[in-house]
Write a protein that binds this ligand. Structure first.
Ligand SMILES: Nc1ncnc2c1ncn2[C@@H]1O[C@H](COP(=O)(O)OP(=O)(O)OP(=O)(O)O)[C@@H](O)[C@H]1O
Length: 299
């Protein structure tokens, strides 16, 4: 791939040990974010080290997008700190990218509009993400998977130290999801960038991440996929299906927490809960297409 500055970087053999070493690229300390009166995040401590793949998992409304947008600087903290390594380059693949379908924009033009003036680099980026022949095609005519690859190519052209992806595989079928995550792993291995992503694709996430952070307004638990998937907080959020299979469950509360001792007391709470021994019944509803995925935590 002919992405000049990255090409010069040695592809690191990222292991848990190396990934945890050195100065973090980004660190949040006691981060809290409010949307209006509603507290979306509180007390979030997070460190992203060079070369590691970190995945945020959590129910709908648990603050994943808010945290990612705070990390890239698109959302202002209401409390706490965000520290970024000086000169940090971030590539961002948003959850939804609205493109006016009536506006004719080729893939190549889309990349150029993102600031990539060099034709050879744009070609190399499309090559890297597996759509080398689509430069002249209209963005509006791309499939979901091709579209996300084009958006990824644009993010890579920023030569990121940190690639931030927000549910980038939404709308893709299972083979498309798996292929996209394989691509992310290849990109990380080749370019040496760290990856911070939010995802609902637990099956793939658990096999493709160095570290998983289980979020529900605050950090419920974190660690390697193997460690996190065994934690009661994680299981309270995502549940265990029959025969040891992992299912993505949506928590529906039929009770109120004792919020007196919690941050954000008196405010509407995110769906789901963790880190508390509730001793009550939850109504679980399997998310569409995600039920009974085989647990696969080994790397
Ligand atoms: N711009 C906004 N204005 C008001 N409230 C918002 C805004 N953005 C998010 N929220 C609220 O903040 C909370 C966290 O939202 P966020 O999108 O970060 O969660 P999420 O975990 O990414 O959800 P999902 O998995 O559904 O994408 C939700 O309750 C949401 O309704």
């Amino acid at each position: 791939m002919n992405l000049p500055h990255h090409a010069a970087r040695a592809a690191p053999a990222v292991t848990q040990a190396t990934a945890q070493g050195g100065e973090p690229l980004v660190e949040t300390r006691g981060l809290s974010v409010k949307h209006g009166e509603r507290r979306a995040l509180w007390d979030v401590d997070l460190k992203i080290h060079p070369g590691e793949i970190v995945t945020l998992v959590g129910p709908n409304g648990s603050g994943k997008t808010t945290l990612l947008r705070a990390v890239i600087g698109a959302v202002c903290p209401d409390g706490g700190h965000i520290l970024r390594k000086p000169g940090l380059a971030i590539g961002y693949v948003p959850q939804k990218l609205a493109i006016d379908r009536t506006m004719p924009v080729t893939v190549d033009r889309f990349l150029a509009l993102g600031g990539a003036t060099d034709t050879a680099s744009r070609r190399a980026a499309l090559d890297r993400v597996g759509i080398p022949a689509l430069g002249g095609q209209q963005m509006a005519t791309l499939s979901g998977g091709q579209f996300q690859r084009a958006v990824l190519a644009r993010a890579l052209l920023r030569r990121p130290d940190l690639l931030v992806l927000d549910e980038a595989t939404q709308g893709l079928d299972q083979p498309g999801v798996a292929a996209f995550y394989r691509l992310i792993e290849d990109v990380r291995a080749e370019l040496g960038c760290a990856v911070l992503m939010a995802s609902h694709d637990l099956h793939v996430v658990m096999s493709a991440s160095d570290r998983v952070i289980c979020l529900n307004g605050h950090v419920c638990c974190e660690g390697t996929p193997t460690v996190v998937s065994a934690r009661p907080e994680y299981r309270a959020l995502f549940g265990m299906g029959t025969e040891g299979t992992l299912a993505l469950y949506r928590h529906v509360h039929d009770h109120r927490h004792d919020k007196a001792a919690e941050p954000g007391a008196g405010q509407p709470e995110p769906q789901g809960c963790c880190g508390h021994d509730h001793g009550h019944h939850h109504d679980h509803e399997a998310a569409p297409g995600a039920a009974h995925e085989t647990e696969e935590t080994g790397r």
